[in-house]
Design a protein around this ligand. Sequence first.
Ligand code: G6P
Length: 481
Amino acid sequence: MNTILVASNRGPVSFTVSEDGSLSMRRGGGGLVSGLSEVAKELDLLWVCAALSDGDRAAVRQAPGGRLDRAGYDTGALRMLDIPPATFHRAYNAVANSTLWFVHHLLYDTANTPHFDARFRREWESYQSYNAAFAVALAEEAAHGAQVLVQDYHLSLTPAMLRIERPDVSIAHFSHTPWAPPEYFSLLPDDVATELLEGILGADHAGFLTVRWAEAFMDCCEAILGAEVDRDGHTVSHGGRTTRIGVHPLGVDGEALWARASEPDVESHLAALRDQVGDRRLIVRIDRTELSKNIVRGLTAYREFLAAHPEWHGRVVHLAFAYPSRHDLPEYREYTAAVQRCAKEIEDEYATEDWDPLILNVNDDYPRSLAAYRMADVLLVNPIRDGMNLVAKEGPILAPRSVLVLSREAGAAAELGEDALLVNPYDVTATAGALHEGLVMAEEERCRRGARLAAAAAALPPHLWFAEQLAALGWSPGQAR
Ligand code: G6P
């Protein structure tokens, strides 16, 4: 039994089966993992996550009760849940990543509107049982009075389910995405919208990345549930319980990032990129190939910039990293193809024998992207909508003289908006103009803005972000173990 538990769909490590049948383990990236590795040593912590791959499932079968104790990674003990694949597929791909992700990022359009039919009902039942599996595991593992931190839109129902099983534990839920406004959230069937909101309100503390998303959540609670919202006191009361609402704008651990970005593998990519780019200026973007990241409009903006500014031909390169993501979903496969088509059109139109205007990298290559950050003159981050966007925070830390062109719809704009060049992500022409403005910005001004961006980006590093949420549940640092 543990006193602090974290629950998320994707866990801190993943396993792969090697050819000889042995298992090898890989640590994942992301703010939550790095935040926990700093504090986990001090805590009696268990992480509950889903088994996502064949390797994970093999690891679960080898471990008694699916529980892997502090085995060579630094994020505490781990329990992986072996959810039946069909249930997992419907909960993760159909409900979480298609429906809920699309709702919170406002991704539906007239060509792609949701159908909440009998098939959706089966998918929704799977989402309920997937959430219930987490609640059951957490109820089994939590010590009396434990603190449980439930993460993200995959697990919106778990807090209320866990509360029924274990009224003694304190529960926090954290949304890493934006939250949709009520008129968009109520696209969902009424009972589904209600259950999602009441699921999160089963927590004692509901955390968001920005004030904007917290307010949208409170607006939904008021409009859809008729809940009592105290905006000054930051609480929502409903069904005889009160949930506190908190804003915790996750930032970056600058020291750890620099340490990683100075390792030999990054240095050798840096040398190779310098050879490739020469003394040309560099515009960089780094994203998962994700519909909300708005990569096609970003590339089109670069194309418009080249059309409007022939004086830059031969003198600038756009390095675009678009890593594979969620390829089980047809929308993502089609989007990846659209990104590649757009890149090819730019190449066909502008490339010359000695100038590659665009380098598109579609493979996962973390050290190469760290090298690209370090070289960037302009960093383009233009999502349609984003919970926070840590690329916008990592970039200024690694290249404090780079100019950040940032979507006003990214959560990061709340903290970085004054020193970034803010753009409307739908306005391709304005984005093209901002790329140009970034390239010609005077050295002194880019350094002045860059230093402030880097400081804001490191304001709440993951370990403090995590500690803030534990504190919101009444935990204090002396209480470790
Ligand atoms: C977003 C979500 C995370 C998720 C990540 C990667 O950042 O907030 O919960 O883990 O995307 O998506 P994936 O579907 O690969 O886990």
